[in-house]
Design a protein around this ligand. Sequence first.
Ligand code: ADP
Ligand code: MG
Length: 561
Amino acid sequence: MATETFEFQVEARQLLQLMIHSVYSNKDVFLRELVSNASDALDKLRLAALREDGLDADTSDLHIEIELDQKARTLTVRDNGIGMSYDEVGKLIGTIANSGTAAFLQELKEAQDAAGAEGLIGQFGVGFYSGFMVADEMTLVTRRAGERSGTRWSSRGEGTYTLETVDDAPQGSAVTLHLKPADTDDQLHDYTSAWKIKEIVKRYSDFITWPIRLLPQEADGEDAPEPETLNSMKALWARSRDEVSDDEYHELYKHVSHDWRDPLETIRLQAEGTFEYQALLFLPAHAPHDLFTRDFRRGLQLYVKRVLIMDDCEALLPPHLRFVKGVVDAQDLSLNVSREILQQDRHIRMIQRRLTKKVLSSVKEMKANDADKYTAFWREFGAVLKEGLLGDADDRDALLAVASFASTHDEEAPTTLQQYVERMKDGQDDIYYMTGTSRQTIENSPHMEAFRDRGVEVLLLTDPVDEVWVDVVGEFEGKRLRSVAKGEIDLDVQDGEQTDDGREKQAETYAALLGWMKEHLGEEMKDVRLSTRLTVSPACVVSDAHDLTPALESMYRAMGQ
Ligand code: ADP
Ligand code: MG
């Protein structure tokens, strides 16, 4: 069949340009990415073989192979995993499906300097394409398990790629990099050197559960040496803590999350007894671009006795912890358990409760012991965690204990509800808050005047979800959560500045004016009242205690309700 030439999707082309001009300084990671893809492909094949009875695939010796050719200056990473069909190659390799891409590229355009671009690539991760950091041409030969013919993809990364059907491709994928000329004064970048490859694999891919073999170079003579397995294949979660370095944990995080940056926190958990399992959880350092979109892939990897049986197993964590990444390895589950069954499974629910508790207690510890880390965490994920306050979840108290909010008390430091309550003035019964789109708009609101004047602290809530949880939760330690923009609020009682007498007098004075206003505003207003909430502005519009606030209305609209 003829060779066809295709153009890369625009986004892919832009990314490739960055890779070719390699703004990313740590080029070694290209191998980690190719090995990670190969490992995923092997996992997928094993799963497919488990699920599909008739799958015509060879699963007898699943492994990853690296072959170096110093003369031709090529490096090949080969796997005998699931492979890709002709259409899949075009779809998966020719485009970038990640929904964060558009946002990423926008930021990239705005980042003028190389350092900015490097940071962005690190935060985005570019998997397969990272090969172009070290290669001026990449070739992929792949055959989907169960299919007869294979596909050859090739590109110089410059805007087009070619596809052709090939007959003699082995099952799985082989990615060959035609390496750029070596830096003469920098032996470190010679990716055809066996020791260099061993070092990289050991550093980044040791925990990969499939054997990574290095083929001997130039197997001349009768007794060619055997391929050497480079990785220990030991599951990190099964090793004792002091045996594993932070760096090793971080590499596992990068493999499961496809994030190129280190995680913020690593959480280990072992459960013994009738239902045994081990878990290794990670709190990412940064929220992914698509966290609030429908196609965000949530969930942990689920293993049964070291065998991956499900990616993105969402039953293991509640939706408000959907950003947590990691691995759970259970001893006593069936290998071909389905998603539907897992959702119902009693043991899985037990695990979910336990993991939830553990994550929240880790955040609490972080809050007590490492304020900077906690602040970073809450900035990235606070809005998601607060979604947990909307249900009747049993973790509400734990969530409220770690939640913090901007407040008029301090420009910089957010406060917890507990701290707010401790600062409450004598006679103040309620916790006051105001919602809005930003701290600035809230502070400029006339609703804030009286509170500012009287030194009454107000929480400044700017996440859309804030509108909802305050109503659902209703109170904290017996103190009502009250919006300064809703219903009648009487601050005078608290500082006793104005007597009942004085107020009656005022009411008399303005009775005529109020009556006139009510008459003229008629339809548009429910009521016109004298208020103590203003000090500078002459008037403000207040919603009824049970009305939707404007921000909430727009949030529901955005969700399509
Ligand atoms: P990611 O791994 O984050 O999805 P990559 O750019 O690394 O992104 O890979 C893109 C996609 O190409 C993968 O999701 C996978 O579907 C496919 N792919 C890449 N390498 C292989 C491989 N060795 N075998 C099968 N599929 C692969
Ligand atoms: Mg990848």
